[in-house]
Design a protein around this ligand. Structure first.
Ligand SMILES: C[S@@+](CC[C@H](N)C(=O)[O-])C[C@H]1O[C@@H](n2cnc3c(N)ncnc32)[C@H](O)[C@@H]1O
Length: 428
């Protein structure tokens, strides 16, 4: 409840706020941390549905706010989504209510509402799901109305529903294995040894990837510390693979952020050549030293230069050496493709955000196409499935620059089981 209140108040990334809280409370063991994580993400993912459940059982739904509402959401989640036994979920919530301000007098309310959800919740879920497509997406699947309306119009009711359902369950943690330094089998064996309850899948179509469930937060694990794996979405892994830079090339990682894809480009190049990793954020670029250490990027034959600047304009450290053989452009975006891993995005984004991002994305693409040597290639990547940020954006900008779109693809949770992502390969 405290974590959920904090996410709402600070409107920040749920994973960062959650890990701040977990770090502060060292008394929790791994299983409790896992449960807290599950509850926080679950409430964010199913919020409207849980509120409908609560409001149907309360005599004065408008008066249920703040911590009391969050506590009821957690209880309703346990009952309707996690399948916890009703007596345990209800009595745990009643007990927790005593610790809230005015707790004693809340016990009756908490008990009555959750008992009602336990008895009548299944029928209400069915009723919510049977509504017209936009209302079903909104109420049963907790997609904000503006997104539900968009998806039904763009994809049709069936695909929109498949997308909403795909986003309703926790996604696996995707790992990219550095195949130049280890093998997928070796990583699998270590994961299974360190995390006996882990479920590890090795997708046939992605030989560099592993999908892991029930192993906790692998971003802090030893495999990550040694740089043998990176935590990276399955679709995001495709950006550098599409670019496929060769050993010895001069490559620009435009909008390099903290360097996940810089490391992957170096791996693909066999750690030979030149990479300029550029971003406008000093804070993100500060992570590159650590990323270089983990990725063993300090080797003879590979030069990695980190450059700060606004890539819509000239940046001396980026442009002084002339054009590039290959450019990876991973533009800033709404992040709508990350709805599964960052469920708070459902509640923090608005329709206006999509239109707001497009001018910067277009300007970055125009300017970075100009940085590609004739005959060279650029891969445009965006972690969003909104057509305005990808499918509708690249073609016209490339055509105006006299460049050719070689291939383009949108990855979606409903069809590919990945995060939403759009990739386009452009040849100059
Ligand atoms: C999608 S993130 C990049 C993620 C990174 N490539 C990775 O794989 O971890 C987009 C990045 O664009 C940067 N950015 C935003 N506006 C920019 C601009 N005008 N010029 C350069 N970088 C910019 C942000 O700081 C952010 O790090």
């Amino acid at each position: 409840v405290a974590v959920l209140r904090d996410i709402e108040r600070r409107r920040g990334f749920s994973n960062r706020i959650l890990s701040e809280h977990l770090e502060r409370d060292a008394s929790m063991d791994a299983r409790d941390r896992g449960l807290v994580t599950h509850l926080v993400y679950g409430v964010l993912r199913h919020r409207t549905r849980l509120d409908r459940q609560i409001d149907a059982r309360a005599t004065k739904p408008g008066g249920i706010k703040g911590e009391v509402r969050e506590l009821l959401r957690v209880g309703a989640l346990e009952l309707r989504e996690l399948g916890h036994p009703p007596h345990a979920a209800v009595s745990e919530a009643v007990r927790a209510a005593q610790r809230l301000a005015g707790g004693g007098r809340l016990r009756g309310l908490i008990h009555a509402v959750l008992q009602g959800v336990a008895e009548h919740g299944a029928a209400l879920d069915d009723e919510l799901a049977a509504a017209d497509p936009v209302e079903a997406l909104t109420a049963r699947w907790s997609i904000p109305a503006w997104l539900a309306t968009r998806w039904v119009a763009q994809l049709g009711a069936d695909a929109a529903l498949r997308r909403a359902v795909a986003l309703s369950t926790p996604p696996p943690i995707d790992l990219r294995v550095d195949l130049h330094r280890t093998t997928r089998d070796a990583v699998c064996a270590r994961l299974e040894g360190d995390h006996p309850r882990a479920e590890v899948e090795a997708p046939a179509a992605h030989p560099q990837a592993l999908r892991v469930r029930r192993a906790g937060d692998l971003a802090y694990g030893p495999l990550h510390g040694e740089g043998l794996v990176s935590v990276q979405g399955l679709a995001a892994q495709q950006a550098a693979i599409w670019l496929a830079p060769q050993a010895g090339m001069r490559v620009l990682d435009a909008c390099a952020g903290m360097g996940t894809k810089t490391q992957q480009l170096a791996e693909i190049m066999g750690r030979r050549g030149t990479i300029v990793a550029a971003d406008s954020s000093e804070e993100r670029l500060e992570q590159h030293e650590e990323a270089a250490r983990r990725g063993s990027l300090a080797v003879d034959g590979l030069s990695v230069h980190v450059a700060r600047g606004d890539l819509t304009g000239d940046v001396e450290a980026v442009d002084a050496g002339g054009p590039y053989d290959a450019v990876l452009l991973d533009v800033p975006c709404t992040g709508l493709g990350n709805l599964a891993r960052h469920p708070e995005i459902r509640w923090s984004r608005t329709a206006a955000d999509i239109a707001d991002r497009a001018p910067l994305q277009r300007a970055l693409l125009e300017r970075c196409l100009g940085r590609v040597a004739p005959g060279g290639r650029l891969v445009y990547a965006v972690c969003s499935f909104a057509p305005e940020e990808g499918a509708q954006l690249v073609g016209p900008v490339a055509a105006a620059a006299g460049a050719t779109v070689v291939r383009e693809r949108t990855y979606t949770p409903e069809d590919d089981g990945t995060e939403g992502f759009h990739l386009a390969e452009v040849r100059r």
